[in-house]
Write a protein that binds this ligand. Structure first.
Ligand SMILES: C[S@@+](CC[C@H](N)C(=O)[O-])C[C@H]1O[C@@H](n2cnc3c(N)ncnc32)[C@H](O)[C@@H]1O
Length: 213
């Protein structure tokens, strides 16, 4: 990355203000060895959640709740976040973050399990927003599931779409980099979706499921 691009990236990541609730959730993330979304991604999630007017949201990769708090802060009081994680300690930390953020318990549904086993049990065309942030090798599987779960007009958000800058480097051929490239390609080539790739954080792949025309 050029020095100017690095400065721009650092500037945009340093801009969002994070309160004590998010800072404590970040601290717990680091204690548990979880990588939370960046500050820029967190702010983008709040804006995207608010603009989508989503009522039903699925998150794959709860972590210690940083992204969940950011999503919930953009959502209306009637909305429900269903969030999936394989690790019960992470889910416990996330519940603590939601509680500290003043989110009533009935607005979050925390599901413990492997996303590949949990997602097929969720209903087709029932969700307004799906956020993918766990288990990169399976992102292609989760993307397929997300398209199935989304209502027409629903929003898909995939975190880490640039794989630390490697996706843009044609010489980088690591399996994870190839997976992220493939996920982007499948999304771009899906006629059911309109999409955009934002360089925020480590890359946010956005896509909206079109109503059938
Ligand atoms: C990058 S962290 C999520 C961070 C979170 N989105 C945040 O910003 O606070 C990835 C999470 O996915 C979980 N995870 C890893 N493999 C998983 C799988 N196969 N199914 C469900 N969750 C998984 C990990 O336990 C970890 O908490």
């Amino acid at each position: 990355m050029s020095a100017e691009k690095q400065t721009t990236w650092s500037y945009t990541e340093a801009l969002p203000f994070e309160d004590e609730v998010l800072l404590r959730a970040r601290e717990r993330s680091h204690e548990l060895g979880v990588a939370p979304v960046s500050t820029g991604v967190g702010a983008a999630l709040t804006v995207l959640a608010a603009s989508s007017k989503a009522q039903t949201v699925v998150e794959i990769g709860t972590g210690a709740g940083v992204s969940g708090v950011c999503l919930l802060r953009g959502l209306s009081r009637q909305s429900v976040l269903t969030t999936i994680d394989i690790d019960v300690d992470h889910l416990r930390a996330a519940r603590q973050a939601y509680s500290e953020a003043g989110i009533p318990g009935n607005r979050t549904r925390t599901i413990s399990g492997r996303a590949a086993e949990v997602l097929p049990r969720l209903t087709d065309n029932a969700y307004d927003l799906v956020f993918i942030d766990a288990d990169k090798p399976n992102f292609a599987v989760y993307t397929d599931q997300a398209v199935r779960l989304l209502k027409p007009g629903g929003l898909l958000i995939v975190n880490g779409a640039l794989d630390n800058g490697r996706v843009a480097d044609p010489a980088a051929r690591e399996p994870l980099t190839n997976t992220m490239r493939q996920v982007g390609k499948v999304i771009r080539e899906n006629d059911e979706l309109v999409s955009a790739l934002l360089p925020t954080g480590d890359g946010l792949q956005l896509a909206v499921k079109l109503a059938r025309r």
